[in-house]
Design a protein around this ligand. Structure first.
Ligand SMILES: Nc1ncnc2c1ncn2[C@@H]1O[C@H](COP(=O)(O)OP(=O)(O)OP(=O)(O)O)[C@@H](O)[C@H]1O
Ligand SMILES: [Mg+2]
Length: 335
């Protein structure tokens, strides 16, 4: 694995530098080795997330949303080919931390994650109270008593009755299982929680109820969320900013209010037009074609082949253009 290593002075990750964003990525790149070549899963990803804010990460299946989350938390598979760039948490470049320090100060502590479909992987033979208390006991961070007291607190926060501490996962509904997983991610009081498709396996009423809970938690705890989803309608309820991805790259990074009203990138526009609404008499659109192979993506814009606004320049790699604080990777925005 090729990794940039630049030893730097040992600053505390937990020491919050109030000026500057909570999370900032600079040119994050992650490639995998496959039998047929190198999969360029993430390329030149740069964005930031302020404290107490929610960033929605949008894009169709396979665009790299989960890979991005795992790259930030350094939860990497064995077949990594290249992993480089910079990831700053509270101003500290966590890419430079040794594995032990990363485990002690970053994973679960600074940033926790609700993994895609995690609600199906709760341990069936351990009571859920014990599973929620467990992150507090890793590395002997707390006593058992403290961990259980915290478990009760987070159960209240996510709306699970305290009596459920003694239940097993099979005794819970899907919604309650998902709340349990969210509770686990909150036990260690992280500054950032990454939620990877937290409601996609649930019915719409349960989805709405969990979204309301997340909104309340965000306000109560002044937490930052990175909310990964391909469900645009749901994402609009929680997000302050949107990162729209296509084939392993950022295509747009905009304030949510702008993104949902007037998306910039032709791909973001198509994505928005694909949302079904019951109120308007308008058929949802779909985008003909498929994303390019990540084994050999085009040199120019990766969306060009499916883009109705394609022109000659699109065959050159587009730089990132800015519109106020928003960013878009498309030649249409060249000044
Ligand atoms: N270990 C790996 N080795 C090779 N390729 C991988 C590996 N992990 C992920 N990929 C590839 O990286 C790309 C991004 O996958 P990822 O799971 O991040 O997509 P996603 O946006 O989360 O999709 P979904 O919405 O379906 O969850 C896909 O093309 C996937 O096949
Ligand atoms: Mg995914």
């Amino acid at each position: 694995m090729k990794q940039q290593t630049r030893p730097r002075p040992d600053k505390g990750v937990g020491v919050t530098t109030r000026d500057g964003p909570l999370l900032r990525l600079e040119e994050l790149q992650l490639y995998f080795r496959a039998t047929v070549g190198v999969v360029r899963a993430l390329e030149s990803l740069s964005f930031s997330l302020e404290r107490g804010r929610t960033l929605a990460v949008l894009g169709e299946s396979g665009c790299g949303k989960t890979t991005l989350a795992r790259a930030i938390l350094r939860l990497l598979p064995r077949n990594v080919d290249t992993y480089k760039g910079r990831v700053f948490l509270n101003g500290v470049d966590i890419m430079q931390l040794g594995e032990e320090r990363f485990r002690r100060d970053v994973r679960w502590v600074g940033i926790s994650m609700v993994s895609q479909a995690a609600m199906n992987s709760l341990n069936p033979v351990v009571k859920i109270g014990e599973q929620v208390a467990e992150p507090m006991l890793i590395n002997r961070r707390s006593t058992k008593e403290e961990a259980y007291s915290r478990a009760r607190e987070v159960f209240r926060l996510v709306g699970i009755p305290e009596a459920f501490l003694n239940r097993y996962a099979f005794e819970l509904s899907g919604g309650m299982r998902q709340r349990t997983i969210i509770a686990m991610a909150l036990t260690t009081s992280p500054g950032l929680v990454i939620l990877d498709e937290p409601t996609s396996a649930l019915d719409v009423l349960t989805q709405a109820s969990i979204m309301n809970t997340l909104k309340r938690i965000k306000q109560e705890l002044n937490l930052s969320f990175m909310f990964i989803t391909h469900d645009i309608a749901t994402s609009s309820e929680l997000s302050d900013q949107v990162l729209c991805m296509y084939a392993g790259q950022m295509v747009e990074y905009s304030k949510a209010e702008r993104f949902y009203r007037e998306p910039l990138h032709p791909y973001s526009q198509k994505l928005m037009a694909s949302v079904t609404t019951l109120r308007e008499d308008k058929k949802p659109e779909f985008i003909p074609g498929r994303p390019p192979s990540l084994l050999d993506p085009p040199k120019g814009c990766r969306f060009a082949e499916r883009c109705q606004r394609r022109f000659e320049r699109c065959d050159e790699e587009p730089p990132v253009f800015t519109r106020g604080d928003d960013k878009v990777k498309c030649w249409l925005y060249e000044e």
